[in-house]
Design a protein around this ligand. Structure first.
Ligand SMILES: NC(=O)c1ccc[n+]([C@@H]2O[C@H](COP(=O)([O-])OP(=O)(O)OC[C@H]3O[C@@H](n4cnc5c(N)ncnc54)[C@H](O)[C@@H]3O)[C@@H](O)[C@H]2O)c1
Length: 442
């Protein structure tokens, strides 16, 4: 539970100063890591009336932002350029300037290592940079998804080495990022945001600073609770996707249409939440984040069985779909070896340009391993690297579809011509039920 320590005159002074700077928007906001999470956050703070100084270790990212160019699909260049021109957003690679902001939000990557353990090196590096320059009157907020305990066990000791006291001289909180790239309804501004401070004063200060930029803030009692909220949300998705993926396999074996079953189940007005099967899970969150919790719990001698099982089922889906491609080819008397397979959609989900952890990559690899000649089309991803080679997206023409021995829809981007695909494809494997659901809708 976040409680205030003894509150001397100075504790109140720094808290009051930050609350005042939030009220009149004179606080300078620093954002460390200007990617999918950091850049939209920077824009929200700037549009709320703050000045924002962004930090990134990649000069290309910093130069692009300073030129008013957005590299994040959800932020149109016109929106960013206006703020850069007005002088409300600027960016730098100079991490010594971290002493300038009143509030520093850390939005750096938290991937997995080769052995699928948390790779916390980016958070550690960002913490070290902030710790070198931390000064009285700064609020520091970790937004990167991570295991419970990171804020208190990793960040707090590094920051307190400065001799400053948390909750009095500086303020530290965890506030998970929930942004859903490509979501037309919910964005950084209108998605409720959890805040868990190390002390109650930390929560108050961070809530006050974020309040002008974020519509709804939800305080929790500790950074650990906030860290776990994010992991619960993504584990919930991973487990439910794993469940419907297993149900897809079950229905297939029983000769029942899984989509009919799911749609009918979804008519229940209570106690059921619709999830849909597919080629597996991708992106920077669902395939990775639950492993942060599993890893932490292993260190406490507890095995998180749901996480492991869902991870296994989801990871096996590309293989399941490749088997479907092989059967479809077989029905036409063709072996996989030497057949042309056109993969439609390679982004990890529809209408976005993010390829990270996409199941399409596994599907392509498995097909190539069988000797298939793989081509792909994705309106959002012009090229991708596969085993050191560069594959380029081919135009989705009727001719390209006819020239393939099998077409496999992996990502159901809205703008694709599904009627043409179903008309022209010699064989079609649809991992997303995209053709049938579009046909039903018309
Ligand atoms: N992308 C999403 O949809 C999403 C959603 C919710 C949560 N998250 C979480 O948010 C965090 C950030 O993810 P992202 O998708 O924005 O990553 P990203 O790769 O798009 O951006 C991260 C940026 O941080 C920069 N960076 C790395 N180390 C740095 C350092 N030491 N100092 C300054 N800059 C540094 C990189 O150059 C990069 O530009 C992750 O923990 C992720 O799990 C992401």
């Amino acid at each position: 539970m976040a409680t205030d320590g003894p509150r001397g005159a100075s504790a109140g002074r720094h808290e009051q100063a930050l609350l005042a700077k939030a009220r009149d928007r004179s606080a300078l906001i620093g954002i460390v890591g200007l990617g999918y999470v950091g850049l939209p956050l920077a824009v929200e703070f700037a549009e709320a009336g703050y000045r924002v100084l962004g930090f990134d270790v990649t000069p290309r990212v910093v130069d692009g932002i300073n030129a008013g160019h957005s590299h994040v699909q959800d932020i149109p260049t016109s929106r960013l350029a206006k703020l850069v021109k007005a002088g409300t957003i600027s960016a730098t690679t100079d991490l010594m300037r971290l002493k300038e902001p009143d509030c520093v939000a850390i939005c750096v990557p938290t991937p997995l290592s080769k052995t699928r353990d948390p790779d916390i090196s980016f958070v550690s590096a960002a913490t070290d940079s902030v710790a070198q320059t931390v000064r009285p009157g700064q609020a520091i907020v970790l937004q990167s998804t991570t295991y419970p305990g990171t804020t208190r066990e990793l960040m707090l000791p590094a920051l307190e080495k400065s001799g400053l006291k948390v909750g009095e001289d500086f303020f530290l909180a965890f506030s998970p990022e929930r942004v859903d790239p490509g979501n037309a309804k919910y964005n950084t501004h209108n998605t409720p945001k959890i805040v868990g401070g190390v002390t109650a004063a930390c929560t108050r200060v961070v809530m006050a600073l974020y309040q002008p930029a974020i519509e709804t803030l939800v305080p929790v009692s500790s950074p650990e609770a906030a860290e776990l909220v994010k992991l619960l949300e993504n584990t919930f998705r991973s487990v439910n996707i794993g469940l419907v993926n297993e149900m897809a396999i079950v229905c297939d074996k029983l000769g029942v249409d899984v989509w009919e079953v799911i749609d009918a189940a979804a008519t229940k007005p209570f106690g059921f939440l619709k999830f849909t099967p597919g080629p597996g899970v991708g992106g920077h969150c669902i395939p990775l984040d639950p492993h942060y919790l599993a890893w932490k719990m292993r260190s406490l001698n507890y095995r998180t069985r749901f996480i492991e099982l869902a991870g296994e089922i989801n990871a096996e889906m590309p293989e399941y779909w490749v088997e479907k491609v092989v059967s479809a080819l077989n029905e036409r008397g063709k072996p996989a070896k030497g057949s042309v397979v056109l993969v439609v959609g390679v982004a990890y989900k529809k209408d976005i340009d993010d390829l990270r952890e996409s199941p399409a990559l596994d599907i392509i690899k498995l097909l190539e391993r069988l000797g298939a000649i793989v081509r792909y089309h994705d309106p959002y991803i012009a090229e991708l690297r596969e085993d050191g080679r560069i594959l380029k997206s081919v135009p989705l023409t009727a001719e390209a579809v006819r020239n393939a021995d099998c077409v496999v829809i992996v990502t159901d981007h809205t703008q694709l011509d599904y009627a043409m695909l179903s008309k022209e494809a010699k064989a079609l494997v649809d991992t997303r039920h995209a053709v049938a659901s579009r046909a039903a809708a018309t």
